[in-house]
Write a protein that binds this ligand. Sequence first.
Ligand code: FES
Length: 168
Amino acid sequence: MSDDFQQRVTAAMANPQHMGEMPQADAVGTVGNADCGDMLRVWVKFKEEGGRKVIDRASFQSFGCETAIAAASLAMELIKGKTPAEALAMRGEEFAKDLGPLPPTKVHCTSLVEGALREALTPTGTVSSPAPPAKPAAAPPPSLMDTFNKPEERKSGVKVVFLKPGEA
Ligand code: FES
């Protein structure tokens, strides 16, 4: 890892912006990377501006590495004022461009940011999604993934999505 890159990450980590839960968020997205074990959650609040729904503010929490935190901090600022579609069109490299070229081992860290935003900004990423209808008694038993994702998620409004290798 280059000294320049590490210095930029360290500088971003010295004063990360937009960290913390947003109680009145309109949308939330949570992703995890099964390979490194890191997780990132973002909250988004929208507003109307010029007849368009745009991102008023966003915040994040991370159980992740410094690069993911630094990129998330930058991303929360970059998506302000954008429509959900505009924010969804942004890639992880754009969020981290102020950090300089990423070492290959750190590219997936920005994918975590991109993935969490995708989960928050797609229609199923809303906080107040309604509970699903009850399963019929004859339904097959839930898989491990169902158990992990669905029952508690529906009660708490939290859904964790694991990124697939190569997926952003
Ligand atoms: Fe996994 Fe950075 S090492 S997100």
